[in-house]
Ligand binder design. Structure first.
Ligand code: ADP
Ligand code: MG
Length: 681
């Protein structure tokens, strides 16, 4: 068979199995080659029977001592038992519902049994081990056995069969390697053919590592080449030129002086919009670093150059809050703001749309509602996506498409390591706000257990008595049966515990108008305590709040907890944060104590990344990038750096990859699949 042959042609793969393979994306033998094992069973470790202990998963080289007998235990349950021995002892083996095993084993013959050991002493046995016959003379030698991802209707045996056939086809073909030979040599990487052979049929760990390294490098290199091309492509684009770049009036209207970091970010942004190319800039700054000021500066610049701007926020609460701070500020500069959200009334909406369409309104602030079809701008010149990690690249693009290559600013409070940023935001320039506004005191953070509850309630009382306000965040809206606190129930509890305090409730299932109302009451100090779900996680700004309490904090991600904590400490008063859940096991305590120890969002993001892996960390939010199959961005950082360097060097030398047609074709195909259009001219 050939690499392009359908898996339907493989022996013992019928139409049903072929359909199951197709469901996994495996149509051809080539596809099978590109489906890598998700794990390996190391059957090379052969252990004498006497040394086995409970929980081991190892190989035993033993002789069958008793003929296997199958017993019918009850309906639907057959058990096959036998005993094997080696020089050190005997071992019972059990199979459940396996009609074929008896026929595979012959009394007196040696086999390799690989499986899990259960129990100790007299009760020790091996459960359903895999069997490999041994020849009389050869030394017993276990194998490394690949474990493939499966879909319903398939077994490991099927995948082994298909990949065997695919590897045979690979042996005949000589597939073109997209990596230039000089890179293989420099990094000691196996060729594509060897890499594929070793990843599917390694003989030891060393080979697995070598193969993985090769395939990872390839993946990261293709990704890096595409990102470099995206950046390059943008440099050739023409963008709006904002001639008038004085912000004196803006700074005066602001009412406080910007931090050095804010000044730097705004200066970088001014350079961008004055260069005649479209700006694509990321502002990365920890919670509370004052990113909104940078966004406002861009809106002001756009307005004074006769362009409209749009600011998109991930939640209605946040959009409303931005509207309330920006509308007076930009209004005094003559730029009228409108709010646009999904829940606003028909008339208000019609009014806002009309003002945007004829250019009366200079700034649109809103949620996803901004990217709907019927929203039209007179001349959109700049867009801002706040809390960018909540949006995909796609939504950003949809908003931009409402103008003609407007300048784009994205803002994120999730700090990530530089190399990762290059991948995730690889097509963006980056400004960092590494400084908090003056007068902020670090938030005192405590990881506590239930034994502290009464004292914490007293502490809420005390903070409120001092004129502060408190957030209490719960993981659920209403009571479930999972033993977690719900906002509704907990609000009741607190109303009883703190009878003199005004306690509000906020969650995502309330009507938008109610949410607004509650949020407004809290920000105007008409509520002392706000019990809520994580709807307040991003961006909410009530400087008078001095206490954040998170119930069942062990259920949240570290970066999310850091975000929640960032809701306090926004004024000049000392603020506090309390995480309940530190009594729920060693791991929970360890995680929460990390937060108590550090307020460095960067360190926290890294710990989060290490604990959860990038898949979870970024979720499905990063649309627009080709998916990674082998590489693990957190673990393969060094390789990623090399791949980036090499991609940059190669493309600098040969921007269209004229000399590397195979590489060029691979990069094009990959990024076309990610809907990024053509990479090369
Ligand atoms: P984030 O970066 O989390 O979005 P915000 O833009 O919401 O932060 O700013 C947090 C708070 O800090 C707001 O109340 C804002 O008015 C205030 N702030 C921002 N910059 C300054 C500054 N330079 N001096 C004083 N206060 C500032
Ligand atoms: Mg913000």
């Amino acid at each position: 068979m050939e690499l392009q042959s359908s898996v339907r042609g493989v022996r013992l793969i019928g139409p049903k199995k072929a359909a199951a393979l197709e469901a996994m994306g495996i149509r051809t033998l080539q596809d099978a080659l590109e489906t890598y094992p998700r794990d390996y069973e190391d059957r090379t470790r052969i252990v004498p029977i006497a040394q086995l202990s409970d929980g081991d998963k190892v190989s035993v080289c033993a002789v069958v001592g008793t003929t296997p007998v199958m017993q019918h235990i009850r309906r639907g349950m057959d058990v096959t038992k036998l005993t094997v021995f080696d020089e050190s002892g005997t071992l019972p083996i059990v199979y459940f519902n396996n009609k074929y095993v008896a026929a595979q084993l012959r009394e007196g013959r040696s086999y390799l049994f690989y499986g899990a050991v259960q129990g100790e002493g007299r009760h020790r046995r091996m459960i359903s081990p895999a069997i490999e016959p041994l020849s009389e003379d050869a030394d017993p030698q276990g194998r490394i056995v690949p474990v493939y991802p499966l879909s319903a209707g398939l077994t490991q045996r099927d995948l082994l069969r298909v990949t065997d056939e695919a590897l045979a086809a690979l042996g005949n073909a000589n597939p073109p390697d997209c990596l230039p030979p000089y890179l293989l040599q420099k990094y000691g990487l196996p060729s594509l053919r060897d890499g594929l052979r070793l990843i599917h049929r390694p003989q030891n760990d060393e080979q697995v590592r070598a193969a993985r390294r090769r395939l990872c490098f390839e993946e990261l290199f293709l990704l890096s080449c595409g990102l470099a091309r995206l950046r390059e492509r943008r440099r050739d684009e023409r963008g709006l030129l904002f001639e008038n770049r004085t912000l004196d009036a803006f700074w005066r209207a602001l009412g406080f002086s910007p931090t050095g970091a804010q000044q730097r970010a705004v200066a970088e942004l001014m350079r961008d919009v004055g260069a005649g190319r479209p700006m694509n800039r990321l502002v990365q700054g920890d919670v509370g670093s004052g990113k909104t000021v940078v966004a406002a500066a861009l809106c002001a610049l756009a307005a004074q150059n006769g362009y409209q701007s749009a600011l998109m926020a991930p939640t209605e609460i946040l959009a409303a809050q931005h509207y309330e701070t920006l509308s007076p500020l930009l209004g005094t500069l003559g730029a009228q703001c409108v709010l646009l959200t999904g829940s606003m009334g028909v008339r208000d909406r019609r009014e806002a749309l009309a003002a945007l369409a004829d250019g009366r309104a200079a700034v649109a602030i809103g949620t996803h509602a901004l990217i709907q079809k019927d929203v039209q701008f007179h001349n959109l010149g700049a867009v801002v996506a706040d809390e960018q990690h909540r949006f995909g690249v796609r939504q950003r693009a949809l908003l931009s498409a409402k103008g003609e290559t407007p300048h784009v600013l994205v803002m994120s409070a999730t700090p990530i390591p530089r190399t990762l940023a290059l991948i995730l935001y690889g097509d963006l320039d980056v400004s960092v706000l590494d400084e908090l506004p003056p007068g902020r005191q670090p938030i005192q953070t405590y990881a506590v257990g239930e034994e502290m509850r009464a004292r914490i309630y007293k502490f809420i009382e005390k903070q409120c008595a001092l004129g502060g306000q408190a957030y209490v965040v719960c993981p659920l809206v209403e009571d479930g049966d999972v033993g977690l606190k719900s906002a509704e129930q907990h609000a009741e509890t607190l109303r009883n515990a703190l009878p003199n305090r005004r306690i509000g409730l906020l969650h995502g299932r309330m009507k938008p108008a109610e949410k607004d109302e509650t949020m407004r009451a809290f920000s105007m100090d008409m509520l002392d305590v706000l019990v809520s779900t994580t709807v307040i996680e991003v961006g909410v700004n009530v400087p008078n709040a001095t206490l954040m309490i998170v119930e069942d904090a062990d259920r949240f991600g570290l970066s999310q907890l850091h975000q929640l904590r960032g809701r306090v400490g926004r004024g000049t008063r000392q603020s506090y944060c309390v995480f309940f859940g530190a009594d729920k096991g060693a791991k929970a305590r360890q995680r929460l104590e990390l937060l108590a120890r550090t307020s460095d969002g960067f360190e926290i993001a890294r710990a989060d990344l290490a604990m959860r892996g990038p898949g979870d960390f970024f979720g499905a939010r990063q649309h627009g990038l080709p998916p990674l199959h082998v590489a693990d961005l957190a673990a393969d950082m060094a390789l990623l750096e090399s791949a980036q360097e090499e991609a940059a060097a190669l493309l600098k030398d040969d921007p269209q990859l004229v000399r590397w047609p195979i590489l060029r074709a691979r990069v094009s195909r990959l990024w076309r699949a990610a809907e990024q259009g053509e990479m090369f001219n």
